[in-house]
Design a protein around this ligand. Structure first.
Ligand SMILES: NC(=O)c1ccc[n+]([C@@H]2O[C@H](COP(=O)([O-])OP(=O)(O)OC[C@H]3O[C@@H](n4cnc5c(N)ncnc54)[C@H](OP(=O)(O)O)[C@@H]3O)[C@@H](O)[C@H]2O)c1
Length: 242
């Protein structure tokens, strides 16, 4: 049994496509025939160890509104926007108001700014937006308050943009990944006191892989989800059900 998506002729932008979940999503769109633009914080694709050939590349520094606007301006008509770029500001900065604000700037404000800037180009193609929420959208995040607040707000923003952009034929959905093996989660996987409760609460008993986030995103962006908008779909090995 297999499922495949055909994005031939489609243009997709995956923010934060230089690594982790975003790179896996970008590869899946490319494999499905799309022309894919990725973003990263570095000046050029060649600045990464990852093989990013086969993608168009734009620098995106989410704390800089001009950088976000420049990405929106650089794009042509767009079928898919995946708002994936994000990070967790960690201790000691995490608990300061400045750290909180910076995390919200990266994970939330930039998502709104880019979606707003690209709305006309998505409208031309009756495109789709897929946002990336988190388990921290639903549970407390005492170690990373700004991260948790931003990811909870992504669920709200997904519903709001779905409602707002429906008149343009743009669908807006999100996935909420469980605990996924990327560079973002190295500190968690490396600490047994944090790692063990995650494995114990996840009914499937393991961490997820970035590739396992890709097909659910392609589904939400595809005509197979043509009457689906405003939802956040957990992709979490059952973590949120337990
Ligand atoms: N891993 C998980 O368990 C998990 C769970 C739930 C949700 N998520 C979400 O999934 C998304 C991807 O995370 P990941 O785990 O794949 O992390 P990752 O491997 O660290 O990749 C993060 C991506 O976002 C980019 N990025 C980071 N800070 C940025 C900034 N200030 N401005 C613009 N781009 C920035 C990174 O660019 P550089 O490569 O240049 O740093 C990279 O492309 C994030 O939104 C994250 O919150 C992850």
């Amino acid at each position: 049994m297999s499922v495949s998506f055909d994005f031939s002729g489609a243009a997709a932008l995956v923010t934060g496509g230089s690594d982790g979940i975003g790179l896996a999503i970008a590869r899946a769109f490319r494999a499905a025939g799309a022309t894919v633009t990725i973003t990263g914080t570095r000046a050029a694709a060649a600045d990464y160890e990852q093989d990013l050939s086969g993608f168009a590349y734009q620098q995106l520094v989410a704390t800089d509104p001009a950088s976000v606007d420049a990405v929106a301006t650089a794009m042509g008509p767009l079928d898919v926007l995946v708002n994936n770029a994000g990070t967790a500001i960690r201790a000691p900065e995490a608990l300061t108001p400045e750290g909180f604000a910076r995390n919200v700037e990266i994970n939330l404000n930039a998502v709104y700014r880019l979606s707003h800037g690209l709305r006309p180009k998505l409208a031309e193609r009756k495109g789709a937006i897929v946002n990336i929420a988190s388990m921290t959208s639903y549970i407390a995040s005492p170690r990373v308050p700004g991260y948790g607040a931003s990811k909870t707000a992504i669920v709200s923003l997904t519903k709001t943009l779905a409602t707002l952009y429906a008149e343009d034929g743009i669908r807006v959905n999100a996935i909420a990944p469980g605990w996924i093996e990327t560079k973002l989660t190295v500190p968690v996987r490396g600490a047994e006191a944090l790692n063990r409760p995650i494995i114990e609460r996840t009914p499937m008993g393991r961490w997820g892989r970035p590739e396992e986030m890709a097909e659910p995103v392609l589904f939400l962006a595809s005509p197979a989800a043509g009457f689906v908008t405003g939802v956040t779909m957990p992709v979490d090995g059952g973590y949120s059900a337990n």
